[in-house]
Design a protein around this ligand. Structure first.
Ligand SMILES: C[S@@+](CC[C@H](N)C(=O)[O-])C[C@H]1O[C@@H](n2cnc3c(N)ncnc32)[C@H](O)[C@@H]1O
Length: 324
């Protein structure tokens, strides 16, 4: 996956004031703060330079993860055409760019963000967008924990935000997000043990509040993944020129690991199962690890199942398992 041309140009032209060396130092410090993952409500972003480092280092990866999640939602809801988006903890507007590229029906966008420096960069990037919905998005500076209620929207999103909230506020926050959701609520977190634990908890709470799970789970039963295992997926993202400079010119791509839940207000066509690992291709058959209504199972599709085998060759980690 690549950043759309307008977003890539926006990032490259708005961030050119910094040298790759300076950006590399800032991104190293920022990554360290994210790795510490304190869950105590402190901001990781402390200056304009931090914001630029975030946009250079993290924005392509979080864009890739969110776009992957949105395309999984689209798989199960091909006819859904949301008009309004509320993105909470918007940062530089990453989710909005991904959402408009997958759901061009979006015409009205509200972005809630606490840090004025993030909003300022987000607004500058948005001016480079081809889509009027991105250019005209409303940026609102607010601490979402303190805000009592949120306006209803068709699509509500919170990506890579829960780790920055004080964990004691999280349940009330999820309830607030759900109250504002007219169609689908999407929560994305890093694909780590801690990130998945937050998703698992959110999923449980949303089901108790009456949500249908649109993705990744094929059911609303108890999540079968616990202990030292964690449910996560990966998206390969081509690195931008700036990103390669920051990374010292290593690989031309990176793999972003993420965990997520998409909760729906309406019924969703259930998939037979979700593929939890990269399929193992053997001579004459492919082995899949699949989460389904019966829990986690190993499923094998053999070359003899002609039509199914042809479709199975296209499947990846994170795809839905096909109907037989
Ligand atoms: C890791 S960034 C993610 C940004 C964006 N969603 C993305 O995926 O690229 C988390 C963002 O949430 C914002 N944030 C954290 N706590 C917040 C709060 N209580 N109210 C509003 N924004 C908050 C931070 O300022 C930061 O911009």
């Amino acid at each position: 996956m690549q950043l759309p041309d307008d977003l890539r140009d926006a990032v490259e032209s708005e961030l050119k004031i910094q040298s790759a060396r300076q950006l590399a130092k800032l991104t190293a410090e920022l990554s360290q703060r994210y790795r510490e993952d304190p869950e105590d409500g402190r901001t990781f972003i402390r200056s304009i330079a931090d914001v630029e480092a975030y946009a250079a280092y993290r924005m392509p990866a979080t864009f890739g993860a969110v776009a992957a999640v949105l395309s999984r939602v689209k798989d199960v809801l091909p006819d859904w055409e949301p008009q309004t988006l509320l993105d909470v903890g918007a940062g530089p507007g990453t989710v909005m760019w991904a959402a408009v590229s997958l759901f061009p029906s979006l015409s009205s966008i509200n972005l809630l963000e606490r840090e004025p420096v993030m909003i300022s960069l987000g607004r500058r990037l948005a001016q480079h967008a081809d889509a009027p919905a991105i250019q005209n998005a409303d940026w609102i500076q607010v601490d979402v924990v303190e805000r009592e209620a949120l306006e209803p929207h068709d699509l509500v999103t919170a990506a890579y935000v829960f780790g920055e909230l004080d964990s004691s506020n999280r349940q009330a926050f999820i309830e607030k997000l759900w109250q504002a959701t007219g169609g689908i609520l999407i929560i994305v977190e890093p694909g780590t043990v801690q990130g998945f634990a937050r998703i698992r908890e959110a999923r449980k709470q949303l089901i108790a509040l009456g949500a249908t799970i649109a993705a990744p789970c094929p059911h609303e039963l108890e999540c079968p993944i616990s202990g030292s295992d964690w449910c996560h997926f990966a998206q390969r993202i081509a690195r931008t020129r700036l990103h390669r400079q920051v990374k010292g010119g290593e690989l031309a791509y990176e793999d972003e690991k993420f965990s997520y839940v998409a909760a729906a207000r309406f019924p969703v066509q259930k998939i037979p199962g979700r593929i939890l690992r990269t399929p193992q291709v053997r001579k004459g058959h492919i082995i899949f690890e699949v989460c389904g209504p019966e829990g986690i199972e190993t499923r094998i599709i053999s070359r003899k199942q002609k039509d199914l085998f042809r479709r199975a060759k296209e499947l990846k980690w994170g795809s839905s398992f096909p109907e037989e």
